[in-house]
Design a protein around this ligand. Structure first.
Ligand SMILES: CC(C)(COP(=O)(O)OP(=O)(O)OC[C@H]1O[C@@H](n2cnc3c(N)ncnc32)[C@H](O)[C@@H]1OP(=O)(O)O)[C@@H](O)C(=O)NCCC(=O)NCCS
Length: 156
């Protein structure tokens, strides 16, 4: 496929949330249930947000969150299935990494279930030592929130 007409964009304003939802449904198993309203919040709080366009069609997406100096994380990297294997995914991640909000940061993290080899190509390494996660809906977390609310209620 000739990709010379494909464009990369870092303007958040350009994101079409309907198309983004559809792209996630096609290519991002972890983001199947996302609503347009929540996606708007996530994008408003991310920088950079990089999208790939074939004319008016959104065919790729990635975003990062970053403190600009110490730590950044890359999220939601996806290329439309029809456009994979053409170098777009690599260029997408490189565009995120070269953005001023990310390119001076000490460490860039990401989580991936199946695409370790794709990221190794770009220079990412395995990192078994620092990964933990807190699920906001875990029973422990819900219990903590409830008891904190109870405490505040008792004080009032
Ligand atoms: C992962 C993904 C973004 C890669 O996009 P892509 O456009 O196909 O990737 P590219 O064509 O730029 O590939 C870049 C390089 O990585 C290699 N590569 C791509 N996917 C790979 C994989 N799964 N395993 C090993 N190497 C891979 C390519 O061969 C290419 O190597 P080269 O530079 O030596 O030619 C795409 O497959 C995708 O959207 N997958 C579904 C969503 C997903 O899993 N995203 C990652 C979530 S963390």
């Amino acid at each position: 496929m000739d990709c010379s007409h494909i464009q990369f964009c870092t303007q958040k304003e350009k994101i079409d949330f309907y198309q983004l939802q559809e792209l996630f449904k096609l290519g991002a198993f972890w983001a199947q249930e996302r609503t347009q309203s929540d996606l708007k919040t996530a994008i408003a709080n991310s920088n950079p947000v990089v999208s790939i366009w074939d004319g008016e069609y959104l065919i790729g997406f990635a975003r990062a969150t970053s403190d600009g100096v110490y730590r950044a994380a890359i999220w939601d990297v996806v290329v439309h299935p029809k456009y994979r294997g053409l170098g777009l995914g690599g260029k997408l991640v490189e565009t995120v990494l070269s953005h001023p909000q990310v390119n001076k940061v000490e460490r860039v993290y990401l989580t991936t279930t199946h695409q370790q080899n794709f990221y190794k190509h770009i220079g990412f390494e395995y990192n078994d030592t620092t990964t933990m996660v807190l699920y906001n809906n875990s029973p422990y977390r819900l219990l903590q929130t409830e008891s904190r609310e109870l405490e505040v209620g008792n004080r009032e």
